[in-house]
Design a protein around this ligand. Sequence first.
Ligand SMILES: CC(C)(COP(=O)(O)OP(=O)(O)OC[C@H]1O[C@@H](n2cnc3c(N)ncnc32)[C@H](O)[C@@H]1OP(=O)(O)O)[C@@H](O)C(=O)NCCC(=O)NCCS
Length: 182
Amino acid sequence: MSDTQAVVITDATPDDCDAIVRIHTASWRFTYRGSLRDEYLDGDIETAKYDQWSKRLAVPAINQKIFVARGNNTALGFACLYTHHNADKGHLLDAIHLDPSVKRVGIGSALFKAVVAYARTIPPAAGLHLYVNKSNSGAHRFYDAQGGVIIGAFDWHAPDGSVVPRLIYGWQADYLSHASAR
Ligand SMILES: CC(C)(COP(=O)(O)OP(=O)(O)OC[C@H]1O[C@@H](n2cnc3c(N)ncnc32)[C@H](O)[C@@H]1OP(=O)(O)O)[C@@H](O)C(=O)NCCC(=O)NCCS
């Protein structure tokens, strides 16, 4: 994709399932290499992802919102939000992934902005949080650039059987309520 190509963010529909599975699978294989076992990443992870996203798209939780970023009518990335997921930490950004070939041209920022703009419309005002692997330094720099701060840590029992250290990034409700001005 060229830097100048327009990116459009829309709500996901069940027709986006195959594209979301493709992007999620490619992103895990690229991003989690070295964190999750090679045998797992190189195996059939599509089936579990298809199961996950087909269910989410067919029978959405009442607080779920999935966004798709498209360029030239092709899905390039997605984000999945659960509003008011946690009484203290607020909304949960459960996933944000791009096709690895289109990183670092602003699509993640456009998705994040859409997530925040939507979250702000769902009262009461709340913060936002997400989980990120401790080794995923590129994503840390991205969340830093979006104004996030580290608010916790835990061990993730990953689906390949390994235990992966994770960080919790958070944004205060006050920060989100002024985010559109930034
Ligand atoms: C994380 C992700 C969504 C960010 O989206 P993106 O489109 O690549 O990021 P942007 O181009 O919008 O970057 C905005 C700013 O964030 C920072 N940033 C983003 N990625 C970075 C990286 N790898 N290294 C350093 N800084 C980075 C920069 O400040 C960047 O601004 P700049 O390019 O003008 O310097 C995307 O790279 C991705 O899908 N990564 C793989 C999956 C993943 O890790 N998801 C998160 C799981 S918790």
